[in-house]
Design a protein around this ligand. Structure first.
Ligand code: SF4
Ligand code: SF4
Length: 200
C-alpha cells in the first residue's frame, strides 16, 4: 500500500495516539495532533518541558495509531528527527488554531519533529471481510506478520472450519488469505500437525 495515502489519513484524523517508552521501559501514550504530512513524512510538535519530549529524544522512535469514523485504523512505528525552528512557524501557518494555545513567541517552547522512516499497517474494519495491508516509507522494509501454513499441512481441514473470519482456503497445503486475517492465532493453536507458523 502507498505509505503517503496512509500518512494523509492520519493527518485527516488529526488527533491520534502517539506512544513512547520512558527511561524505565514503561509504556506511555497521549493524543497528539498530526500537523503536516508531505513527501511521505509526518510532522508533529512537542514542547521541551514535556516527558513526551524527553522520551522522543532518548529513543528516537515513536508509535502512532489512529482510527477514523469509518473504523479504518492506521498505525505505524517510525524513526524521528528534530527539525529546525522554521518548522514551528510552518506548523503554525498550516494549523492556525495553534495560535490560541501558544500565543506570540511562546510557540518557540515547541520543537517540530519529523517521522521520516518507518513501517505500518492500514486495518479496515468497515466491511466484511476485514482488510489489512502493510506499508513502509523512508527506506524501511515491511516486516511480514501473521501466520503461514507450511508443507507440514495434512489437509485435515480443522483450521478452515474454526477460523473466525473463514479466511483459510483448502489446497495443498491449505492457505491463509493474508489480507483478511485477524492475526488471532486460533488456527495455529488448533492445528494437530503444528503446520502453522508465525511470521515476523
Ligand atoms: S489444521 Fe493444520 S494440518 Fe489441518 S488443514 Fe489446517 S494447517 Fe493443514
Ligand atoms: S490467525 Fe485467526 S483469522 Fe487468521 S487465519 Fe488463523 S484463525 Fe483465521
Amino acid at each position: 500500500m502507498e505509505a503517503g495515502k496512509c500518512l494523509k489519513m492520519l493527518r485527516e484524523m488529526r488527533d491520534v495516539t502517539f506512544a513512547t517508552v520512558d527511561a524505565q521501559s514503561r509504556a506511555d501514550a497521549r493524543i497528539i495532533d498530526v500537523m503536516i504530512v508531505e513527501d511521505d513524512k509526518l510532522y508533529f510538535v512537542a514542547s521541551r518541558g514535556k516527558n513526551f519530549y524527553r522520551q522522543l529524544e532518548r529513543t528516537g522512535e515513536v508509535a502512532v495509531c489512529g482510527m477514523n469514523s469509518n473504523y479504518v485504523t492506521v498505525r505505524l512505528r517510525g524513526k524521528i528527527k528534530k527539525m529546525d525552528p522554521s518548522w514551528v512557524d510552518k506548523v503554525f501557518e498550516q494549523n492556525p488554531n495553534m495560535h490560541d494555545m501558544y500565543p506570540g513567541k511562546s510557540r518557540y517552547v515547541l520543537d517540530a519533529f519529523c517521522v521520516y522512516a518507518g513501517e505500518g499497517e492500514l486495518f479496515d474494519l468497515s466491511g466484511t471481510p476485514l482488510f489489512r495491508e502493510s506499508f513502509a516509507f523512508g527506506g524501511e522494509e515491511i516486516t511480514p506478520k501473521g501466520f503461514v501454513i507450511t508443507d507440514g499441512c495434512t489437509e485435515c481441514g480443522i483450521c478452515a472450519q474454526i477460523c473466525p473470519q473463514q479466511v483459510i482456503e483448502a489446497g495443498s497445503p491449505y492457505s491463509i488469505m493474508q489480507a483478511h486475517c485477524l492475526h488471532c492465532g486460533y488456527c495455529q493453536e488448533n492445528c494437530p500437525s503444528d503446520a502453522i507458523e508465525r511470521m515476523g
